[in-house]
Every structure is written in C-alpha cells, then in structure tokens.
Design a protein around this ligand. Structure first.
Ligand SMILES: *Cc1c(COP(=O)(O)O)cnc(C)c1O
Length: 390
C-alpha cells in the first residue's frame, strides 16, 4: 500500500455508503419486523425470558445452523461462560485459545475460574493454527495417571481448546479437532462473529462439542444484546438451560433450586428483535458477501492484500480487512481514515499483552504478532444502495 493510494481508498469507501458520514465500521440495520415484534411483546406483556420469541429465535438458529440444540443467553460472553461451565471447565483449569481474539473469549474463561493459554494463529485463516497447536501439546501435554491431560509447565489440566472464527473467516476447525482428539481434549468454537459462515457446508460452531454466537449491536444479526449456545449434545444444552435459569427445578409452583445458578437467559424483548433480524439475514448475508467481492476487486487492482475466505469455506465477511505493509503504515492509514470520516480499525491488541493475561502460558506467536501489526478492518455494514461501480 502506498500513501498516495489513501485518498483513492477513502473516496471509494465513501462511494459505497452514500449519505453516511462518518461511514461507520459496522452499523446495525433495522428494516424488517423489529418494531412490530417489539410492540407485540409489550402488548402481550411477555417481556422477560419466558416468551415465544425466545423459543422462536432458538428454533430459527437451530434451523439456520443445523445444530441440534440452541440456548439463548443475554450475550455472547454469557454464552461462552455457560458453555464452559456446562462442559465441566472450572477453577484452575487451562483453556487453549488464540492471542488474536476479542477479549470476551479470555474473560469468559476467567469467569469460569480457568486460565487461558495462547497458541499462534495461521496467517490464512486468522484462526488457531493446527500445527502450532500440535507443537504446543507435544511440548507441554502429559497424560497423568487419572487419564487427564496436564500442562507440564503450568501444572494445570488442559481441559479445553477454544478456537475463534475471526471476522467470520473459518478457522481450520477439522484439523484443530483432529489434533485435540488425539489428546481427548474437547473443542468449543467461539463463533461469535461467524453467523452465516460455513466450512464445507457445515455451519461454524457446529463442529466442536459446542459453539457460541453473539447478537451484540455490531454483529451481523443483533438483538441489541444477545448470545446463543449451539450444540448437538442434548444433555449439555439442558445443563446450560438449567444453570442459566437460576438452576430452578421444574415444578408448577414450588421454588426449588439445586445449585448456585445464574440469571443469564435472553429476554423476550431482545429475542423479538433477533427474530426479525433473522428473517432478513439471507439478504443481509448476500449483501455482505457482495461487498467483500467489491472490496476484493478494488484492492486487487491497487496491489493490496484483502482478507479472503479459504477454499471450501463460505465466510459471512462480518468485517472486511486489508493488510498494511507495516505497523507504521497501518497507523498512518488509520489516522488518515479517521480524519476523513471513515471508521477503520486495527485488530484487537493481542491477549497475551493485556495486563490480566500477560502472565498466562504462551507458545511462540510470530503470525499473531505479524497480523496484529498489519490488519486494518474496513466499513462492512449492509449497504442500502448498490455500488455505482456494479
Ligand atoms: C462479540 C464477541 C464475543 C462476545 O459477545 P458479546 O455478545 O459482545 O458478549 C465473544 N467472542 C468474540 C470473538 C466476539 O467477537
């Protein structure tokens, strides 16, 4: 990328979003039944987590992703937290994840009492690298007499692997699962960003033991705030449902609770918005994938690398991205874009650099460091008007 190209890039992005100043990175769009369904909640007084829209959103998510079960929760972080507890992850356990992720991945691990450890991503998928994972396990994993896998250096039980599908691009999930299977380590997919992303026709989050989705305001489908656990394991889904509903035992009138529960179920009000959003999601997804093609053509002509879906993968392109040549150039571009009313963003600061995760176990992470310096996310909202160039 050359500094002389900045102007052309910014002008092009503005042409994609006429009338939006500044051009947001990712704005929620409401052009369906959102208001109607919200009014219905108020009219029927079903505003809390007991409500038809909660069940409907779970059904729509199951149908769309092909998962056997779906449990709606207040946000993606809560979905991760409940999935971790449901999978038996607890105090002092170790969860292998990637340093290139949103902080919620690691926070949920800590909420469950466990510690993240960091393994590198690969440059093409932006997700956990199966080769780096295999090397980390080869160097650190030891099977104890209790049959469980422990980390030689930390002394902790390696209880789970938690890869993330970055920006809706698929991690190399089959290979990750194959490596973990050799050690009997279960896989939970952080597919918070990946609603509408498929690996060989299978939806993100449905390949490991469980996956989670987020319906935060900046995600492809929003409930305002919301999350979902998807899984084919019926017992796991039942445990999560129970735990997140104050662990209340079913009874016509008695209040009996059999463990310390949580109050993390999604309210009907939020689910109502989500149902309306899901109805339009096929159109939104097509629009976002078209935008990715438009970006890809444009940047290819400029000789700039775009983040693209891998073979056999269909990404939702939640956020589009390009790669700068260096951190200095990335910062120069980000400043230029901000000064010219276009929201672009660097990737998250790597998790192993944050004060609360700085001391966690961390393998060699050359690819994560390389990507951290270069990734620039570009405006990726649904476009109301077709691009003039197409
Ligand atoms: C958005 C996101 C979450 C958390 O979702 P919330 O609904 O915001 O709690 C978790 N992990 C990743 C990778 C995310 O992008």
């Amino acid at each position: 990328m050359r500094t002389e190209q900045f102007d052309e890039i910014i002008a092009f992005i503005k042409s994609l979003y006429p009338g939006e100043t500044p051009v947001p990175l990712h704005a929620p769009r409401f052009f369906g039944n959102e208001k109607k369904y919200l009014a219905d909640c108020i009219d029927t007084t079903f505003v809390s987590y007991v409500g038809a829209y909660v069940t409907r959103l779970e059904e729509m998510t199951r149908e769309y992703t092909g998962a056997g079960k779906a449990v709606a929760l207040v946000n993606g972080t809560a979905a991760l937290h409940m999935a971790l507890l449901g999978l038996g992850i607890g105090e002092g356990d170790e969860v292998i994840t990637q340093p290139l992720t949103f902080v919620a991945t690691c926070n949920a691990v800590r909420h469950a009492g466990a510690w993240p450890s960091f393994v590198d991503v690969d440059k093409a998928s932006l997700g956990l690298c199966p080769e780096a994972l295999a090397a980390y396990l080869l160097g650190n994993a030891r099977r104890a007499s209790d049959g469980k896998i422990y980390n030689r250096s930390t002394g902790r039980r390696i209880a789970l692997c938690l890869p993330m599908h970055t920006f809706g691009q698929l991690a190399r999930i089959d290979e990750i699962i194959a490596v973990c299977d050799d050690y009997g380590i279960p896989v939970l997919e952080d597919s918070a960003e990946a609603l509408g992303s498929f690996s060989s026709g299978r939806h993100a989050g449905t390949l490991g033991k469980a996956g989670i989705l987020s319906y935060n305001g900046n995600k492809p489908v929003t409930c305002g705030g919301g999350g979902m656990v998807i899984t084919n394991d019926e017992e796991l889904a039942a445990r999560i449902r129970h735990l997140s509903t104050t662990a209340k035992q079913a009874h016509p009138y008695l209040f009996n609770h059999d463990q310390v529960g949580y109050n993390l179920r999604l309210p009907n009000l939020n689910a109502a918005v989500g149902c309306a959003q899901m109805e339009n999601f096929p159109a939104v997804l097509a629009n976002k994938r078209e935008l990715a093609l438009i970006y890809s053509d444009f940047f290819q002509n400029l000789g700039i690398t775009c983040i693209k879906e891998r073979d056999d993968c269909q990404a939702n392109y939640w956020l589009n991205g390009i790669l700068a040549d260096s951190r200095a150039q990335r910062d120069e571009f980000l400043q230029y874009a901000a000064a010219n009313q276009v929201q672009s963003r660097p990737v998250w600061t790597l998790m192993n650099k944050l004060p609360m995760y700085r001391h966690c176990a961390c393998g060699p992470i050359p690819n994560a460091l390389w990507l951290e310096d270069r990734i620039i996310n570009l405006p990726s909202s649904y476009r109301f008007q077709a691009c003039p160039q197409h």
